[in-house]
Design a protein around this ligand. Structure first.
Ligand SMILES: *[C@@H]1O[C@H](CO)[C@@H](O)[C@H](O)[C@H]1NC(C)=O
Ligand SMILES: *[C@@H]1O[C@H](CO)[C@@H](O)[C@H](O)[C@H]1NC(C)=O
Ligand SMILES: *[C@@H]1O[C@H](CO)[C@@H](O)[C@H](O)[C@H]1NC(C)=O
Ligand SMILES: *[C@@H]1O[C@H](CO)[C@@H](O)[C@H](O)[C@H]1NC(C)=O
Ligand SMILES: *[C@@H]1O[C@H](CO)[C@@H](O)[C@H](O)[C@H]1NC(C)=O
Ligand SMILES: *[C@@H]1O[C@H](CO)[C@@H](O)[C@H](O)[C@H]1NC(C)=O
Length: 496
């Protein structure tokens, strides 16, 4: 058995810890994603299978070597067209150290083909012979330890150590007087071994560079619509724990470019997830309530939380004639006129998350207007405080939700049509809130917003937990080769 490469690399990851300086003060992060051991295994399998795909066939640089052989003299040998094929992984492991992760793989016997040449000069005669050879590699292990740091809000990946080890090379020459040269080639095998090991190491380093540039080029914001974008800047270095890695991102919504494409409507298809705790999920995304409050503030500032309502299911309610007996002054001043309601939030809705609960409150001004000869005339205004409670759900890679009306309170702000009957107003408000306001809010919430997931990965089997001021989405992920789906970058694909 070869050196326990994994242990060796792991030890390195742990000892390196001693030399790293104190980590900088933690910056505020509002979303963190923890990749659990099962998530790391999933990522590792992707990485290893992709690596094997890119490794074979692997061409190894030609080798030329001279050596002195007693009685014969100096012979020179060349090995060319060295190609490695048929790598298959028997098992692979990923482990987390204090400063990075280690991925190690054992490979089933691989084989190489090459051409060999032999020449030596003696008494003015040059003897030359050549042929091909097949090489069987037994017990091969490959390992790489990688660290990740936050560099100006992006992730930077570096390889700390990369190693490849072959236990045994079994070289069989064909052609020429091969039986005669076998003895030389055996002396040559160390050079072949180290050349192949180097070639593999180089290829892995090349792959790590690509992965690094992929990570560096991850977008720093994800557009939601023309108003809001999620700031997905990484804050802090990734946190390497016993069997998980945590990534912290800013996570708050910021105003997006005006040029952002409008979001596709995606209504319905929301499954309510059951809060079944299971630590075997690959990914845990924790979102602060600030995330929700930041998007609500942006929508409020953009003036989107305001609605003129002139159509309701019971259209007769928006005519002064219907109010002839209940609000006589209204009918007297504006007989048989259409009415329009102006429902406006007067401050950003506030979201509170607690164990098993998501609550939101919003303060509205509800102004009753009359359409008098085409002119909108405000006649009364109520301030209404609405409390809703909701449930969140994951649909695709989006986090959405639904709310229900919990309670509301109101006060008449002003009126030009006399006092309004409290019970009447209450009944009407309940009707409007339930049949208009809540469905309207839900049409937005059902769309939700995209969770910060790297392109190509898809959330499966999500469930949602809520705790004090936090929502936690726990899920598995699936990966679909993003060649055709890649909006951000077509070059870097996922790994290596
Ligand atoms: C070497 O690998 C190739 C490709 O996997 C396979 O076709 C061939 O039989 C192998 N040769 C030996 C000697 O194992
Ligand atoms: C692969 O399995 C063998 C035997 O079970 C074990 O000795 C070796 O350490 C494993 N290698 C890795 C990289 O896990
Ligand atoms: C850091 O990132 C910001 C915004 O992405 C960029 O403008 C700035 O040039 C970067 N600074 C360095 C040193 O890379
Ligand atoms: C290797 O050499 C043998 C004998 O000369 C020949 O039959 C065979 O086709 C060669 N194989 C390759 C891959 O060149
Ligand atoms: C995004 O988050 C980073 C890290 O918290 C912060 O430095 C940056 O200013 C934020 N970007 C915007 C546009 O607010
Ligand atoms: C609706 O009401 C809000 C707050 O009372 C007010 O700012 C806004 O101008 C009104 N909109 C229209 C179209 O009257």
């Amino acid at each position: 058995m070869g050196p326990p490469l994994l242990l060796l690399l792991l030890r390195l990851v742990f000892t390196l810890q001693l030399f790293t300086g104190p980590s900088p003060a933690a910056a505020s992060s509002h979303i963190s994603a923890v990749i659990s051991q099962s998530g790391l295994d999933f990522a590792k399998d992707l990485l290893v299978s992709h690596a094997v795909e890119t490794l074979t066939p692997l061409s190894v640089p030609d080798i030329e070597k001279s050596m002195s052989i007693p009685l014969v003299g100096t012979v020179s040998m060349t090995a060319s067209e060295i190609v490695l094929h048929g790598l298959t992984v028997t098992n692979s492991t990923v482990a987390v150290g204090d400063t990075g992760v280690v991925v190690a793989a054992s490979l089933a016997s691989a084989n190489l083909t090459m051409e060999w040449g032999y020449s030596y000069s003696a008494w003015f005669v040059t003897i030359y012979d050549c042929g091909n050879a097949s090489i069987q590699v037994e017990g091969m292990e490959v390992g790489v330890s990688m660290g990740m740091k936050n560099q100006n809000g992006s992730l930077e990946l570096s390889v700390m150590e990369c190693g490849c080890y072959m236990e045994e090379l079994d070289i069989t020459l064909n052609g020429g007087a091969s039986w005669f040269y076998q003895v030389f080639i055996d002396a040559f095998s160390n050079h072949i071994r180290s050349s192949v090991e180097n070639a593999i190491t180089n290829k892995i380093m090349e792959g790590a560079l690509k992965l690094d540039s992929f990570l560096r080029n991850l977008p720093k914001k994800i557009d939601l619509d023309s108003v809001a974008a999620m700031n997905v800047t990484f804050v802090n270095d990734p946190l390497f724990k016993r069997s998980s890695v945590e990534f912290d991102i800013d996570g708050l919504f910021i105003s997006s470019d005006e040029t952002a494409a409008p979001r596709d409507m995606l209504l319905g298809d929301i499954k309510s997830a059951l809060p079944l705790a299971s630590s075997s999920k690959m990914l845990w995304i924790s979102l602060d309530e600030d995330v929700f409050n930041s998007v609500s503030a942006l929508y409020f500032e953009a003036g989107l939380l305001q609605r003129m309502v002139d159509k309701v299911p019971e259209q007769f309610l928006l005519n002064t004639a219907s109010w002839r007996f209940l609000v006589p002054q209204l009918y007297r001043k504006y007989p048989d006129d259409k009415m329009v309601l102006n429902i406006s939030a007067i401050s950003p809705p506030s979201v509170k998350i607690n164990v098993g609960r998501i609550d939101a409150t919003v303060d509205l001004d509800v102004t009753v207007n009359v359409l008098d000869f085409g002119e909108i005339v405000p006649v009364a205004c109520m301030s209404v405080s609405v409390a809703v409670s909701g449930a969140a759900a994951v649909s695709g890679n989006n986090l959405g939700g639904r709310v229900e009306l919990d309670y509301f309170s109101f006060a008449l702000k002003w009126s030009q049509i006399g006092k309004l009957h409290t019970v009447l107003v209450q009944t009407m408000l309940r009707f409007f809130l339930k049949s208009l306001f809540v469905p309207y809010v839900n049409s937005y919430l059902e769309q939700g917003f995209p969770l910060p997931i790297i392109n190509g990965f898809y959330i499966t089997d999500a469930y949602i937990l809520t705790s004090y001021s936090k929502m936690i989405v726990s899920c598995d992920v699936a990966f679909i080769v993003p060649e055709t789906l890649y909006p951000v970058q077509t070059q870097g694909r996922f790994i290596i």
